[in-house]
Write a protein that binds this ligand. Structure first.
Ligand SMILES: [Zn+2]
Ligand SMILES: [Zn+2]
Length: 243
């Protein structure tokens, strides 16, 4: 017990130091903006390729269903990895620590949805190489439907961030309807992530949580007694987009 309390104190100290660096060095915000810019530009390029594909309307619908589920699943896995990542002393430490603060937040700063889309794409470091890879693949003789699904995943991954934002911030009836029909993430589903332990990581519409929950139970013990405890003593400012 004594050892675990000591470990907790060390982690809390490391967390605070990482957040101190996050606020001290302006370049963290520039990196986020740069990643946002890359992601959105690459998505625009892929969008032009997507609309030029020769696919039937029902081909688009089927691709959308598959891409929706896969996007929910992939982004949920990244979220699971990040919530259980405690490497505050690594060179990514400041990004990891600031990411954890989303568990502190039940209401985000109200913003224009395009701005949310752009800003939240900045934390998606993995998406840059993914989009470059899909763009490269588009020059090869790849099946059109497969390419369409890959492009949709690349774009829907940023849409997922907006879906999560709306889940916390929206009072709109239209959004409520979209959440009801599982086009967006419903709060009734998402609150299991904030209230329970090691659950509900998916955030486009939550459709893949039934698989992610099993994977999470096998790989991790969870965040309630892990990363959530590390910011308990943190009194500093929040992150720019996740206040
Ligand atoms: Zn989380
Ligand atoms: Zn949330």
């Amino acid at each position: 017990m004594k050892t675990s309390n000591t470990q907790l104190t060390i982690k809390q100290k490391e967390f605070n130091q990482a957040m101190e660096a996050y606020h001290l060095h302006g370049y963290y915000q520039y990196i986020y903006k740069l990643v946002s810019l890359f992601n959105v530009l690459l998505q625009l390029i892929l969008l032009t390729i997507m609309v030029s594909l020769e696919i039937t309307w029902y081909g688009y619908i089927i691709a959308l269903f598959i891409a929706y589920f896969l996007t929910d699943f992939i982004n949920g896995l990244v979220h699971m990895y990040m919530d259980n990542n405690e490497n505050y002393r690594s060179k990514w430490g400041a990004f990891i620590a600031s990411f954890h603060l989303h568990h502190k937040t039940q209401h985000y700063k109200n913003s224009n949805l395009f701005l949310v889309y752009f800003n939240e794409s900045g934390a998606k470091f993995w998406l840059v190489p993914y989009l470059i890879l899909v763009w490269t693949v588009s020059f090869l003789a790849i099946n059109s439907t497969t390419l369409l699904i890959l492009i949709m995943i690349g774009i829907l991954s940023s849409v997922a961030e907006v879906s999560h934002y709306l889940c916390h911030n929206s009072n709109s009836k239209i959004v409520a309807r979209l959440q009801k029909y599982r086009i967006l993430l419903p709060m009734s589903h998402h609150k299991q992530h904030h209230e329970n332990e090691n659950e509900g990581y998916a955030f486009l519409n939550g459709s893949s949580d039934f698989i992610i929950d099993i994977i999470a139970k096998k790989l991790y013990t969870g965040y309630k007694n892990g990363s959530d405890k590390h910011f308990e003593g943190y009194k500093g400012a929040g992150t720019e987009n996740r206040d």
